[in-house]
Design a protein around this ligand. Structure first.
Ligand SMILES: NC(=O)c1ccc[n+]([C@@H]2O[C@H](COP(=O)([O-])OP(=O)(O)OC[C@H]3O[C@@H](n4cnc5c(N)ncnc54)[C@H](OP(=O)(O)O)[C@@H]3O)[C@@H](O)[C@H]2O)c1
Length: 215
């Protein structure tokens, strides 16, 4: 696949590395333009990476990963209808500003992205792991203690596609159902950024109570 990544920071670069090591081509953008992308990742991924604008990422990729601060979601260009858009974001008031719907728990971060991109198939994934651990904790399928990561989204086919990527990137996918379930792995929940196996993650999420601010 051509995997487009919006955001060339901590999480975007790590997703790019895993995508390329899994045999995909990467289109990468930041907020300023392709010529300003970090040199380290451009040099590292070489011909497997096309420096891009945000609009090129959403139009020319088979699948898009959003790895930018939540406060900038309203600037994401609309992709063609039906495109799978992975949301790796989290809400931090100090960074993103106060977002009333998240403070009250009436919305989730991925729900806000879905509302901004109504024809996209948004899937929440890769938000509850520290970026460095995406490479250090990646293991082959069947490895003892393999770490698990959730997928959540309203379209089952899109969830299955993203679950396949999670597996290819080195983690056991745990399908937790609809996008509205994403609060279970928001910042501050027991499973957030804690290495857990699929059984442990499933058990933890089943006991998680909804806090006031939502993922
Ligand atoms: N860091 C982690 O360990 C981690 C783990 C899981 C999830 N997350 C979540 O992932 C998101 C990104 O975190 P991060 O730590 O990777 O951030 P970061 O290192 O600060 O990088 C943010 C990147 O987003 C780009 N960007 C901002 N607005 C954009 C736009 N409108 N279009 C395209 N690119 C844009 C920035 O480009 P410019 O430099 O040009 O502004 C920058 O490359 C956050 O929601 C965070 O909570 C982070």
């Amino acid at each position: 696949m051509k995997i487009g990544i919006l955001g060339a920071g901590n999480i975007g670069k790590q997703i790019g590395r895993l995508a390329v090591s899994s045999g995909h081509h990467v289109l990468l953008s930041n907020s300023r333009g392709p010529e300003t992308l970090p040199f380290d990742i451009v040099a590292e991924l070489g011909d497997s990476l096309t420096p891009s604008t945000a609009r090129e990422v959403v139009t020319e990729s088979d699948l898009v990963v959003v790895a930018i601060p939540l406060g900038n979601y309203s600037r994401i260009p609309e992709p063609p209808a039906g495109k799978i858009v992975i949301d790796a974001g989290n809400y931090y008031q100090a960074r993103d500003g106060v977002i009333a719907e998240l403070e009250s728990g009436s919305a989730t971060t991925s729900g806000l992205l879905q509302a901004h991109l109504p024809t996209a198939r948004v899937v929440k994934a890769f938000n509850h792991i520290a970026s460095a651990e995406l490479t250090t904790d990646s293991r082959k399928p069947g490895s003892p203690g393999r770490r698990a990561l959730i997928v959540a989204g309203d379209d089952p086919t899109a969830r299955a596609t993203v679950a396949g990527l999670v597996d290819a990137f080195g983690f056991d996918p745990l399908d937790i159902g609809e996008l509205s379930e994403g609060w279970r792995v928001q910042a501050g929940t027991p499973a957030y950024c804690v290495p857990l196996t699929k059984e442990e993650l499933s058990e933890s999420l089943s006991r998680t109570e909804r806090p006031s601010a939502s993922a």
